[in-house]
Design a protein around this ligand. Structure first.
Ligand SMILES: Nc1ncnc2c1ncn2[C@@H]1O[C@H](COP(=O)(O)OP(=O)(O)OP(=O)(O)O)[C@@H](O)[C@H]1O
Length: 732
């Protein structure tokens, strides 16, 4: 770690999209090139700390880890600061004239007697005022950044906070920093509480207690709950606030202020953050409206026969029933495990609609799932986000949703696959955009893991008993072809699976210790499986329940990266937080982002198509990392090429191994599942079932057969609190 203090002599590079800069700092012992996210102008005085690094092209540099900016009052630095382009309307010449006139008193004059700037030739009184506003805004923004950095707030978040509140920020920080936690995504109760403590806000302040209660509800939402029973809410609030208060009093206030709602379900009071309450209520109302407001399609046996002959198989009774019901129900659910014929029914419904002249839209929650259903039905599917024309980072909040009740989806039948992944926010947005009279068909496996976001939408709808449900039981893919399917159903039914039985597609590799599991997994991924399933290394997916620990995703990725794509002087690298990306690495996008621009190139490297949108679960390879251009070039599996700015790297993770949660909706030729130990709430049947059903040709379990059996027995899937089922039933 080195420390440095000096003037910013030059800004060599400034990213147009972030605070990333390459600057030259003139200190007592000469010039130094420094790089990092820095908000600064030429001529300002910087005191920084950083690490010395060596760049192949630019030589020695200091990578800045923390800094403080001071505007010096000496004439040269004022001249540089004003002339740096930071203040609109002042160039180098004008800066020279201002400093010639006011010398080292320039800032004092700008701040205290700005009208005097008009004494300088070429500056009007109005111009003087604009200069004053800009200088003081810049100063307060910088002050705010420095202030927030002290509380561990990153520069990106600090800028977001400042942009929202402007100069009101200090006032808010001093009176109610908890407002930040309410208003800004990324500021949780903990950061707000830390600031509050430092600015001297009392622990028993009303703001603090209410903010703590909201925080407990939001943490519950992160675990999938839309509400929380009142006793748990009270005890958790007391726990995080660290003081024993009469929480009831504050809950009553929050009820009056319409910040929360309380619903009684079976004699227990459940508390909702008003946001979740409204979303859940909206889903129930709209779902019932769609259910009742439909128009039956008239079908006859002739049409069904034609559908069947088009698909070239005989539907069994269940399937025929499902297709008929899709014609006569406003909303219906089709649920079943792998190989039970869901896709075949979707095909049948689409084909029936074609004969009836009804328009169909088919969609799924992720890009991968949409691609998969497109391939298996031959009918173009989109993501639900695309169907709803959601823009801006894929956020389903209303302002960015293009399709709604005023501009509904243009289709008479809307089929959604992989419904188990849909959370309450996406469901609300979807239902709002269903046109009057349209039929909605929801397809999914209710035993897959529930959505990452809050809610238990598919299960709640099924259990409400209000919506028509077709549960498929018959397995079409036969056991002689696939142990994966048979075992998946056995696991789902809680039946013991014999791992010692020889199988072509369900393989067990016994290992008793974490590091030997790592080694065996590597051998499978690199040497054995690619030729066995006729695929490349990149298509073999390691799926693990956990993020942390030797067998967690993070460690697995580091290990597999070092084996599959080791360090090499020819491969550039980029560190981002505790992640290290290297050219050639396999990576995954972990959010839907509709703004990323992609292009397709032909084999001569000429761009032949452009578009936008990269989706949660999309995987690709890093082609190039350029520190100078501040970007990383990635080619996704479907050929799209995207330039990621470094500040967007939080959207990317190494993907040699991914969590089972993240694998939902995706399929791979072969999966390797390492199992040894882990937290009991993760090592359960639901997780194992989801992991196994991701594999098309081969599942390899590496590790402990006892843990495998334990997971089948462990049904303790975390309970999700939600009122949707009871709301649909009209009980609340
Ligand atoms: N009535 C039927 N008669 C014969 N084969 C059938 C019938 N229905 C489906 N199949 C076949 O069974 C296999 C599994 O069906 P399908 O792909 O529709 O199931 P799925 O529930 O969508 O499976 P998954 O969830 O694994 O994708 C397919 O090969 C399909 O052609």
């Amino acid at each position: 770690m080195v420390k440095l203090a000096g003037y910013v002599e030059r800004i060599l590079y400034s990213s147009p999209n972030s605070d990333y800069k390459i600057i030259v700092v003139e200190s007592e012992d000469g010039s130094h090139t420094c790089v990092g996210n820095i908000i600064i102008n030429e001529g300002e005085y910087i005191v920084l700390e950083g690490e010395e690094i060596f760049h192949d092209t630019y030589g020695e540099e200091i990578k800045v880890s923390s800094y403080e900016v001071k505007i010096s009052n000496d004439e040269l630095s004022i001249r540089k600061y004003l002339g740096s382009g930071a203040i609109k309307g002042i160039g180098k010449t004008m800066a020279g004239r201002i400093v010639d006139k006011f010398g080292d008193k320039t800032f004092e004059i700008i701040e205290n007697e700005p009208e005097r700037l008009a004494e300088v030739k070429g500056i009007s009184r109005k111009g003087a005022l604009t200069i004053y506003e800009q200088v003081s805004n810049q100063r307060s923004m910088r002050d705010a950044m420095i202030f927030l950095q002290k509380y561990g707030v990153t520069t990106g978040l600090a800028a977001k906070i400042y942009n929202l509140y402007g100069n009101e920020l200090f006032n808010i920080l001093k009176t109610n920093p908890y407002k930040l936690a309410d208003d800004i995504e990324g500021v949780g109760f903990k950061i707000a509480d830390d600031i509050a403590g430092k600015v001297g806000i009392e622990v028993d302040s009303e703001y603090r207690i209410k903010s703590g209660i909201t925080y407990v509800l939001s943490m519950a939402a992160q675990n999938g709950n839309t509400c929380l029973d009142i006793n748990t809410l009270k005890s958790k609030s007391v726990e995080i606030l660290g003081v024993d208060y009469d929480i009831d009093k504050y809950l009553k206030d929050m009820l009056i202020e319409q910040r929360i709602k309380v619903c009684n379900i079976d004699g227990v009071d459940f508390v909702y953050d008003i946001l979740f309450y409204n979303v859940e209520k909206n889903i129930a109302q709209n779902l019932l409206k769609i259910k009742d407001g439909y128009e039956k399609f008239s079908i006859n046996d002739d049409i069904l026969k034609r559908v069947e002959s088009g698909i070239d198989l005989h539907f069994n009774e269940e399937q025929m029933h499902a297709i008929k019901e899709a014609a006569s129900e406003g909303v219906m659910v089709i649920t079943g495990g792998p190989g039970t014929g869901k896709t075949t029914i979707i095909n049948g419904i689409i084909s029936m609609c074609t004969y009836l002249g009804k328009s169909v839209k088919l969609a799924a929650p992720t890009g991968k799932a949409a691609k998969r259903i497109t391939e298996s039905t031959g009918y173009e599917a989109s993501t639900i986000h695309r169907l709803l024309e959601i823009t801006k980072g894929g956020d389903a909040s209303e302002e960015y949703v293009g399709r709604d009740e005023f501009n509904p989806i243009e289709a008479e039948v809307i089929i959604i696959d992989e419904m188990s992944m849909v959370d309450i926010f996406l469901m609300k947005a979807l239902l709002k955009a269903i046109p009057y009279g349209a039929h909605l068909v929801l397809v999914g496996d209710k035993d897959q893991l529930p959505s990452v976001g809050p809610g238990n939408v598919l299960k709640d709808i099924i259990e409400s008993g209000v919506i028509k449900v077709i549960e498929l039981k018959m397995i079409f893919r036969q056991s002689e072809h696939s142990d994966i399917i048979v075992n998946a159903h056995m696991i789902n039914d809680g039946k013991k699976v014999d791992l010692t039985k020889k199988s072509k597609d369900f393989v067990y590799v016994k290992r008793d210790e974490a590091y030997s599991i790592l080694g065996a997994t590597k051998t499978l991924v690199m040497d054995k499986l690619p030729s066995y399933v006729n695929s490349d290394i990149g298509s073999i997916q390691v799926l693990t329940p956990m993020k942390k620990g030797v067998l967690g995703v993070e460690n697995f990725n580091k290990y597999l990266q070092s084996c599959i794509n080791p360090k090499d002087t020819g491969k550039a690298e980029k560190e981002y937080g505790d992640k290290l990306f290297r050219e050639g690495d396999k990576v995954m996008q972990i959010k839907n982002n509709y703004d990323y621009e992609w292009e397709y190139e032909n084999n001569k490297g000429i761009v032949i198509e452009r578009g936008t949108g990269i989706f949660n679960g999309d995987t690709g390879i890093i082609l190039q990392i350029s520190e100078f251009a501040n970007m990383m070039r990635i080619r996704f599996d479907d050929g799209k090429i995207v330039n990621y700015k470094f500040e967007d790297l939080s959207d990317l993770e190494l993907a040699y191994a991914i969590t089972i949660h993240k694998s939902q909706g995706s399929e791979y030729p072969a999966v390797v599942i390492p199992l040894l130990t882990g937290p009991m709430q993760l090592m359960n049947r639901n997780i194992l079932y989801t992991a196994i059903t991701r594999a098309k040709q081969c599942v390899c379990i590496v590790g402990s057969s006892e843990m495998f059996s334990h997971m089948i027995e462990n049904k303790s899937t975390q309970i999700r609190y939600s009122g949707l089922k009871d709301r649909l039933k009209g009980r609340i």
